[in-house]
Write a protein that binds this ligand. Structure first.
Ligand SMILES: *[C@@H]1O[C@H](CO)[C@@H](O)[C@H](O)[C@H]1NC(C)=O
Ligand SMILES: *[C@@H]1O[C@H](CO)[C@@H](O)[C@H](O)[C@H]1NC(C)=O
Length: 372
């Protein structure tokens, strides 16, 4: 009897470790469990292991929702607590993962008082290259000041350490971004199918979106494209695209889509193998996310040197239309690319950037173009 219960206990213990790699929040990923009062000086956390499941260094503050800083009321998107990464502050957590698998990390951040706030997200060990993501968090896209960001990596070991670091040093040591809700999701690299020469054309595979947040996830531009949080796609140019979910936005097809929020400064691209001289049809959906993003919108699509401008008149209430670009391949590799011609701002006086929604992108080889 005792042996059995011990066995059950052991099995349960294994279960709990394994459950830490389920898609969703990291253990204490929303910082709801905080330091003991004896491990804090005011709001500053003074012991490196005071926040359960995390290890910290530098100036880290434990922030309660509703806390005031000057005139600013600090809000917290998930639960009642968050952390603030001040001068040279770092938070890290060790995770059990599957070696060789791809993961995307999503976290929410809000800027506070520093001039130029950015975060350095990294994973170790990382043998192939010094892999990290640098996130400037100057531009706000949501109206409440919080945005969520995604980054992706391949696990080089079954035990990894995920770090979020504020490399900045400000005059006020406590200035720096607030962090909340850190989550991990396993990414399954999608394959081409006979029905679509593009991978992940409907954007269903992508980073974790917090069920309780209504502002989507920003996918920043990638310098190296070998592992994108949006499998198959490269975010080019300077600014992020926004990954949106059907629970909070109008999504033309399936549960996920992309909102092109930064005009020509954020482009979405994929390179596909094509046969020179063969005819292809690129088709895609352009719409709006039902997020008060109104006006004339244009999505420009490129296939190599060929291009089409798909215009869409948005009332900001959701809706979409289909557009196509037929072309003859001039190369064995064709670059498919999309961007929004214009910057658009929400009509709700928030000043937030928004833009057209892109979804359900398909590339097919056709016998003759006039059959389209
Ligand atoms: C970001 O963090 C990584 C890993 O710690 C480090 O190697 C890299 O130099 C950092 N980059 C910047 C710009 O701080
Ligand atoms: C979402 O918010 C509700 C109410 O605030 C809370 O009970 C629930 O745990 C939250 N869900 C997640 C996944 O955080």
């Amino acid at each position: 009897m005792q042996t059995i219960s011990l066995l059950l206990l052991l099995i349960c213990a294994t279960c709990r470790i394994a459950s830490s790699i389920k898609d969703g929040l990291l253990p204490n990923g929303n910082f709801e469990y905080g330091p003991k009062p004896s491990e804090m000086k005011g709001t500053k956390v003074v012991s490196p292991k005071a926040i359960p499941n995390w290890e910290i260094s530098g100036v880290v503050e434990y922030i309660k929702s509703g806390q005031k800083q000057g005139d600013m009321l600090l809000i917290v998107p998930e639960g009642a607590f968050a952390v603030r990464l001040g001068n040279d502050a770092l938070i890290k957590q060790t995770m059990k993962v599957i070696k060789g698998m791809f993961y995307s990390l999503t976290f929410s951040a809000a800027r506070t008082c520093a001039q130029e706030e950015r975060l350095n997200v990294s994973v170790s060990p990382n043998y192939e290259k010094n892999d990290y993501g640098l996130f400037p968090i100057q531009t706000m896209y949501s109206s409440n000041g919080w945005d969520s960001y995604a980054w992706a990596f391949q696990a080089d070991e079954p035990l990894i350490e995920i770090s979020i670091h504020n490399p900045g040093v400000e005059e006020d040591a406590a200035c720096g971004p607030l962090i909340d809700s850190v989550a991990l999701k396993t990414l399954y690299p999608p394959k081409r199918t006979p029905a679509n020469l593009l991978k992940n054309g409907n954007f269903e595979e992508g980073p974790y979106i917090f069920p309780n947040t209504s502002w989507g996830v920003l996918i920043p531009p990638h310098i190296e494209d070998d592992h994108s949080p949006l499998p198959g796609w490269i975010i080019e140019s300077l600014k992020a695209v926004k990954y949106i979910d059907s629970e909070h936005f109008s999504v033309p097809e399936g549960k996920r889509a992309i909102e092109l929020v930064a005009g020509k400064e954020s482009a979405l691209a994929q390179v596909v193998k094509t046969t020179i001289g063969r005819s292809y049809v690129l088709s895609f959906t352009v719409g709006d996310a039902n997020n008060a993003c109104e006006g004339s919108m244009v999505v420009e699509a490129f296939a190599g040197k060929n291009t089409v401008k798909a215009s869409y008149q948005s009332k900001g209430k959701g809706g979409f239309k289909r557009a196509i670009l037929a072309f003859k391949a001039e190369s064995s590799r064709t670059r498919i690319m999309f961007y929004s011609t214009f910057y658009t701002m929400k009509s709700d006086n928030s000043g937030s950037l928004c833009g057209p929604v892109l979804d359900d992108v398909k590339l097919l080889s056709v016998r003759k173009l006039h059959h389209v």
